[in-house]
Design a protein around this ligand. Sequence first.
Ligand code: BTN
Length: 241
Amino acid sequence: MGVISYYKITGFIPLVGYKVLMFDKIPSTQTYAHGLIERGDAVNRMVICAAAQSAGRGRYNRPWVSHHGNLYVSIIYNAPVCRPQIAYSVAVAVAETIKSFGVDTQIKWPNDILIDGKKVCGVLIEFIGDYAVIGIGINIRSNPTVVGYETTKLENYADVLQSELLSRLLKNMDVWLKADFDKVRDRWIKMAIGLNGNVEYRGQMYKFTGINDDGAVILERDDNMYFVYGDEIHFPYLSKD
Ligand code: BTN
């Protein structure tokens, strides 16, 4: 594997069939993963993990505050096709991982993970070439103050070792990325908040009633059913997303 990096790699762990590159501080594990793919250095199941990031990024290109003490990881998987279903598998994998530490979690569509209604984890999924890059940030020791929604950290609920969290997360990713979508969706729906509630889509209110086989959100209004994808669904009563 010809990984060329000017950042100091602090570890290389072959973990349950993954190749994990550990860094102290880099701009963004997600951006680093992009670079590997662009240079032809990426392989399936490569994991980029950083103790801190100086330019962590979230959805809508928002900054993701990334101090030492939390988990910042990007996982590269072969994904020749962009499948919206992946978002649900990832959400369930993260939620189950946090639950395995005895902490109850909820999922806010598509894959924000909440504890007591407060965001503890964000997921950013990007498709580049033949790969999906799944970026996951989990607040363990600190949580940023964000305008529009509340955040929390795992430390408030359980003793969580970063390395154990990563190891359980990667195992759960295997389970839930391989699982039948029916099973993933059932699990996702059990943990989802806002289901059967009102959501805003392109300036109008709808009832959010489920997920179809293709991973589209099912919205209902005036006895009509709509199937929608993308980031444009908002839960006005939960928080600004
Ligand atoms: C969100 O906006 O909720 C998604 C946040 C994703 C943050 C993670 S941290 C690891 C990876 N590297 C990044 O720069 N972003 C993702």
